[in-house]
Design a protein around this ligand. Sequence first.
Ligand code: NI
Length: 387
Amino acid sequence: MSISNRIADLAHEATEWRRDFHQHPELLFDLPRTSAIVAEKLRAFGCDEVVTGIGRSGVVALIHGSQAGTGKVIGLRSDMDALPLTEITGLAHASRVPGMMHACGHDGHMAMLLGAAKYLAETRNFAGTAALVFQPAEEGGGGAREMIADGMMERFGIQEIYGMHNGIDPAGTFSVRGGPTSAAADRIHILVEGKGGHGAMPHLAADTILAAAQIVIAIQSVVSRNVDPLEAAVVSIGSLNAGHANNVIPHTAELRGTVRTLTKDVQALVEARLREVVEKTAETFGAKATFTYIYGCPMVVNHATEAEHAALAAAAIVGVDNVRRDKPPTMGAEDFSFMLEARPGCMVGIGQGGAFGVHHPAYDFNDEIIPIGISYWAKLVEIRLAA
Ligand code: NI
């Protein structure tokens, strides 16, 4: 492990910041305390510029290197929001807000990027500019998309963008992969309209429940029969609502679900086939289905060159044997994908171990990896912005 004395010192402070964020979680874009503390610290560290209110509650800080160079700008991103969950850890630094919890480690991500900001503002041992991006609403709010729509990339001249997320791999390891690492998360909504009637006289009705049930079964053939078996896709119906009484055939039924894919081709195929299967299946039962496909967060696709830069920085801290390059993608989603659609870049996984994964009420961020995360960010800047 290659951690400088200065960063080891900084990690103690950063642990205090992390625990303070943990005690005061805030959700989505509604981050008055969190973003104010982030901005205040960035100013206190002597960052050259600190801008608030990007993408509603996002914060961006610029730090210029002291060496002459090409004026290159790279972005480093942390998310800031917590989850609507009640914590059960019983720790001294547990959430003080019932129903809200930093259960995804975004408190740790902020502490690590703030630690890197302090270190980089002190040392400035690079040429060009580091843009530190603190993003709201990662957990389902599309905060990355909002920051980009607000002109973040152009305004700060960001040319490459890097992200980091903790996971249950052992502490002291990273995972870095070019190509897709997490899925596009889209939503489907299906409204089935038949002909309501008396439960005793089905021949006079068009049974929406029977049609809806057949739709649930038939759409599973899209993944198993239409998608190439060597590609990945998931279709899950999470909600099916129809009817209220024993003896009434309801006039409508409503289904909602999620679709996960790792490539644009598979995404387009699944959307087209779902529409066909849903509409034709309803027709078969004398009903009519209105199918709506809602695009959510796109797939995270790391750019190959930037993945190599990230792997180099990670290996400089934990050694090449502790940088996993072959970790399979996940069908979960991450809105850093919007940033990777706007600029080349890479999101890495930082291992933190632990018995509970993210989004669990007993989860806690592992403070022991704070110096590793700070060192990674600092090294990445010094490698990418070398004079
Ligand atoms: Ni997260």
